[in-house]
Write a protein that binds this ligand. Structure first.
Ligand SMILES: [Fe+2]
Length: 342
């Protein structure tokens, strides 16, 4: 038996002594074989070292995680709740597609109210036992168009805005910002948007025009300025490394920053959620379900301090979001620190 720091743990090690959390509740029982998820859990609960047996069990991490996630995913997909969500989601995407095509081809006005009402209805009607994030994750194999991505980002913005304790009006505005953020992509040739392989420099330069094109399109529409700015600024990063204007920090609109995070989350989870140890939003959900009740939140935040935030700023170059209404709090703090976990 030996004492190892969390950073030295690998899947397959056997826990040699019961591990307790800061609240003295049993976290992991002696004899448990460690997996990626369990190591993540230890890290998140602020455990610094544990005792493990000297012999490492052979593990098949890929099989282990695939089995678990597949059955979880299949359980969701076979549920009536998911089937209803899928129908509503697809109807909403279809309505969005029709409206967008009319706007782009016939220069009609955006039916913001109907589109937003339908999206808000999805949130209201499907906040049941399966989280919307889980259902979105299971929608991925059906369609991956700009329309679907937009609705995904709108729903994620809605959830983030709720976590950030925004008012109902602000939550609705954040949802609208997500819904229309990529509207400029519909003006880029489809052959470039849908190209599976690596883009040429010229093609990439064309794609990078979509924030400006979207902003210009929205200028003539009756939408809130934040929606226009979110379309223009959702690829900006707080250190000035984004595009198209290379804005920095507070120059980037607050809603554009929420959209940027939702956009990155959607892109990242499309590529690898459920293949890594934990999807970050599931980590937050775990904290919401367990951590906030068990711990003084300030302790939790303290435990999450350290290189996560540094990595966050270095790798993703987002800024901490602050609104005039002053909602910024611990939840958003944790959220920002969990993202770089990917
Ligand atoms: Fe975009």
């Amino acid at each position: 038996m030996k004492r190892l720091s969390i950073t030295q743990l690998v899947p397959g090690m056997t826990v040699a002594e019961d591990v307790y959390d800061l609240d003295h509740e049993l976290l992991i029982q002696k004899g448990t074989i460690l997996t990626d998820k369990l190591i993540t859990k230890l890290d998140l609960y602020g455990i610094l070292t544990i005792f493990v047996e000297d012999i490492i069990q052979p593990v098949r991490p890929a099989e282990d995680s695939t089995d678990t996630e597949l059955s979880y995913s299949e359980r969701i997909k076979s549920s009536p709740e998911f089937q209803l969500f899928k129908t509503d989601f697809e109807n909403d995407v279809e309505l969005f597609r029709e409206n967008m095509n009319l706007v782009i081809q016939k220069n009609t006005s955006l039916d913001v109210n109907t589109l937003l009402k339908n999206t808000m209805a999805i949130v209201a009607n499907h906040s049941g036992s399966i989280s919307i994030l889980d259902m979105l994750q299971n929608m991925r194999e059906y369609d991956d168009s700009t329309y679907t991505h937009s609705l995904n980002v709108a729903l994620i913005c809605n959830i983030l805005a709720g976590w950030l304790k925004l008012s109902d009006e602000e939550i609705e505005l954040a949802t609208a910002c997500g819904l229309f953020h990529d509207i400029g992509k519909l003006l880029i040739p489809y052959s470039i948007i849908s190209k599976p392989g690596k883009l040429s420099e010229e093609e990439f330069a064309t794609i990078k025009k979509h924030p400006t094109l979207g902003y210009q399109l929205l200028l003539s529409q009756d939408v809130d300025d934040h929606v226009k700015n979110a379309a223009l600024m959702h690829h900006e990063r707080s250190n000035g490394s984004g595009y198209p204007l290379k804005l920095k920090g507070n120059q980037i609109g607050p809603y554009a920053r929420i959209v940027a995070i939702a956009d990155v989350y959607d892109a990242m989870t499309a590529a690898r959620c459920y293949r890594g140890p934990l999807c970050p939003f599931r980590v937050i959900e775990m904290f919401e379900a367990e951590g906030f009740q068990k711990y003084d939140v300030s302790i939790l935040v303290f435990n999450l301090e350290g290189d996560w935030l540094v990595r966050f700023f270095k790798e993703l170059h987002f800024d901490v979001i602050t609104f005039e209404s002053g909602f910024y709090g611990y939840e958003s703090n944790i959220f920002l620190k969990v993202l770089p976990y990917f």
